[in-house]
Design a binder for this molecule. Sequence first.
Ligand code: BGC
Length: 778
Amino acid sequence: MKVSHQMLNIAKFICFCFLTTVIHFANAQSNFDSMSGSHPSFSEILSFRVDSVLNLMTINEKIGQLVQYSGGWDATGPSSSENHQYKLSKLKKGEVGSMLNVTSVAAIRETQQIVMENSRLKIPLIFAYDVIHGYKTIFPIPLGESASWDLEIIQKSASIAAKESAASGLQWTFAPMLDVSRDARWGRIMEGAGEDPYLTSKIGVARIKGFQGGNLNDKFTVAACAKHFAGYGFGEAGRDYNTVNIGDYELHNTVLPPFKAAAKSGVATFMNAFNDVDGIPATGHRELQHDILKGKWNWDGFIVSDWGSIGEMIAHGFAEDKKQAAEIAMNSGSDMDMESYAYEGHLAELLTENKITESQLNDAVKRILKLKFELGLFDDPYKYCDETRERENVYTKEHLKIARDVARKSIVLLKNENKTLPLSKSIEKIAVIGPLGDDKDVPLGNWRGKGVYNSAVSLLEGIKNKVDKNVQVSFAKGIELMSETVEPGKNQFLYPIKFNTKDKTAITEAVELAKKSDVVLLSVGENAYQTGEGRSQVNIGFAGLQNELIDAVTKANENVVVVLMNGRPMDLSEINKKVSTILECWHLGSQAGNAISDVIFGDYNPSGKLPVSFPYDVGQEPLYYNQKNTGRPYSMDHVTFSSYRDAPKEALFPFGFGLSYTNFKYSDLKLSRSEISKDGSLIAKIRVTNTGDKVGEEVVQLYIRDLVGSLVRPIRELKGFEKIKLKPQESRTVSFEITPETLQFYTQNKKWEVEPGTFQIWIGGDSKASTTAKFSVQ
Ligand code: BGC
């Protein structure tokens, strides 16, 4: 009998429906079954389910799964845009695997329906969005949050971001960004965890756990995405998208460790990067994606390209046209094409020409289908689409309360020379001065998800919420930071910002207010859109007329507390000479003003520590604590040593630094052994005492130096930390286990190894800690 193609497809489809139902039940049984030992394991069932779908797919449907489009539209409503109509037709054919930027339950349901009601196989879409530091309840920017060094609270904030996103229909966030960056000029430094690979690894894993929870099938979790693989944070001269010239040493010892930790922790997806690494664009980097990530690390998720990054290999001069770009990306292990239209346009042709293979295509499709099964989308494509859940779980009082706690834990007290802080709540006259003092938008930072314009608690509001009624709180803006604001309704993310450099008229009023106040809270720093994607700057000082305002106000009143709001390490050398108190408040999110007030009035004793070095001058960038020593490290009066003639070579405020309203003393550093074998370990113990009169938290930090190596080793590397809370006069012994994992590095043999020799350790409250001991590895 001759069976038509159509009949065959119908038969396949019936078989598919049957199989997925059967497998659904099998899935539910899997825990019990694997316990009995006589049935397939969960992962076997999952891969069986994936294969059952794959076997039904045509080449075009397979390629379609590798396509991701941006939406941000009213899905079925009338639209004249050709691109919109094109995307719609591809959705109907089932030739799209994922959408980004479609948000809200209503829009997501509507878009999913297009696929479910029109396509042959009804393979659900997966919906993604950049939920970077909160969905609608906005947490501190990631760099700021990292200053908490509090893995529990960081995980919590990611879990709330996931809950709000998933309740709004999303299943996938493009976070966390794991790019180690040592360059304050780079705008995206705000999006990571700073300059250290160890801290970035720990924080990255905490964020992944927060987003993904224990189970992707949970309706309140989302898939995470480790990005940008790899090297994006090392763009030359801090310029975004710029070329990355790092060798194997930095790549393996500094850039890759956070990604390896993410892969090990089970992150569902990776995103590759815009930059080239030593001449090879990351998106077309086979060694990174195919050999290391999917090979050596045996990671089984999928890699999405960065926006248009497959197509950008043409501009890089690495591919002649989109067809060749698609070939390179596919052969390098890049699975999903975000907005390049390269895979959909050319993979079929590349297959017929044997430039890529069907098994490569199948592998990419399977990785994507696997995640869709894990998220439960095959069981119910509308699983995340529930308006009641959306209403009840987004921007709740409970979430805002946690956002306040995360925010206050992220604040770093940089200077408190005269013990001006904490302020008494009954101080008589407080002046809030500065362009950011009553700003309700800047604290939301860049990459603010669905954070509503002007919805943050401003510093002024936070202060007023806190003080007694008879305290006089006055405000003077002094200057406008910007000369123009982006029209409401326009996407601020896309527009350059313009600073006011002319109108100084309101400075006089600010000076008058400063003169008659007991204390001035001077709020200066950076606009929300001075950092983030495409926001690199060669100047990291105070833009616009802020220096003039700072000058005038600090002359008018000696009691000035600088309340900094910023997204990158800034050059604070001048302001540091003028004031005795500096509070680093980043862009702290929805509850910024309340959190800052908690710290200013001592309801929360600051415990944040810098995750990046703050320089004396932009000319020192890239600046990082874990440098190598060089052959001429000394500071001497003559010139031929590794230093600058016009600035120190050290940081103004070093990595790991942050003050408290109390003091901590470190004593009795003891090692359990002075000598270990290459696979041995030892314990380092230290006594930490709160010598002040307030309860406080301290981040106890362990640094190590391998004194002689087959490759030159950094002068110090963070290898452990613990945040502890101590009452006045209380002591605690903190222990760190030093294992081969702590001591190994990517050696001259191109392997992770522990090399014998002497190691020095330091334990203390920042990267300059002086309590030290030595041990040797035989
Ligand atoms: C960024 C990514 C982001 C993507 C989608 C790109 O421009 O580099 O980090 O996830 O856009 O919005």
